[in-house]
Design a protein around this ligand. Structure first.
Ligand code: IPE
Ligand code: IPE
Ligand code: MG
Length: 234
């Protein structure tokens, strides 16, 4: 059993395209359904003991997709912010976006800023949305930030510790994920939270993201509670 009252779940939400194709629908229909699932999981998470939820919405590699699909996914974020911001505030959800936001279209960046500002003082669930996020890009960003501090004379290499390095990551301030889930029947991490998932418990599920339910999350939390985390101890 975990004795911690904090529980951070990170999810690679995969399988939207296949869910749609299976139904003879365009891939974007899977992304739309996937967004509804995000809503339902955010609503259910606190009741399952989850205090932080980090979701992979768009990777630095996803730009390789057709421009229409890229645009649909990114603008789904804008639509969700418009539709669910009041509800998120009433649920006290604090939203942060991790990733390279400078490369996002202007209206998407605007929604990122709006949701972060409007939920900044919320003290409930921490919802971190990875948008134009890559684990290697995050580590590079942190390394560059520290190197710049060294060049500026405000830091020296010997000062660098794991905690200090973590403070330069986009996910700074959040405890590392306890659980990393990937849906969509693939057993890979696809450049998600490479630094942060060092000791996470991994769950690879066959279920496609649009079919994921609060009950699925409940099952994962239940299984997690019976795992023996040793962190290298005996
Ligand atoms: C995950 O679903 C969503 C994103 C990567 C944005 P996919 O779109 O990757 O769905 P599959 O893996 O092709 O089924
Ligand atoms: C991972 O899914 C990225 C997101 C869920 C946003 P992908 O579908 O992009 O990953 P690969 O291509 O199967 O590795
Ligand atoms: Mg995929």
């Amino acid at each position: 059993m975990t004795t911690s009252s904090r529980l951070h779940v990170a999810i690679v939400m995969d399988g939207n395209g296949r869910w749609a194709i299976d139904r003879g629908l365009p891939r974007v229909a899977g992304h739309r359904q996937g967004a509804q699932v995000v809503h339902d999981i955010v609503a259910a998470a606190p009741g399952l003991g989850v205090t932080a939820l980090t979701i992979f919405a768009f990777s630095t590699e996803n730009w390789k997709r057709p421009p229409d699909e890229v645009s649909y996914i990114l603008h789904l974020f804008v639509t969700m912010v418009k539709k669910w911001l009041p509800e998120l505030i009433s649920r006290h959800v604090r939203v942060r976006v991790i990733g390279d936001r400078a490369a996002l279209p202007g209206d998407v960046r605007g929604s990122v800023e709006t949701i972060e500002e409007r939920t900044a003082s919320c003290d409930g669930l921490h919802l971190n949305v990875a948008l134009n996020y890559g684990g290697r890009a995050e580590i590079l960003h942190a390394a560059r930030t520290f190197a710049a501090a060294c060049v500026a004379g405000t830091a020296v290499p010997e000062d660098l510790t794991e905690d200090r390095f973590g403070s330069f990551l986009w996910l700074a301030g959040e405890e590392s994920p306890d659980i990393v889930v990937r849906t969509g029947a693939e057993s890979r991490v696809s450049n998600f939270l490479l630094w942060e998932m060092a000791y996470a418990e991994l769950f690879f599920l066959d279920v496609l993201w649009p079919d994921f339910t609060p009950a699925t999350l409940g099952m994962i939390v239940h299984k997690f509670n019976s795992r023996n985390r040793r962190f290298g101890g005996s």
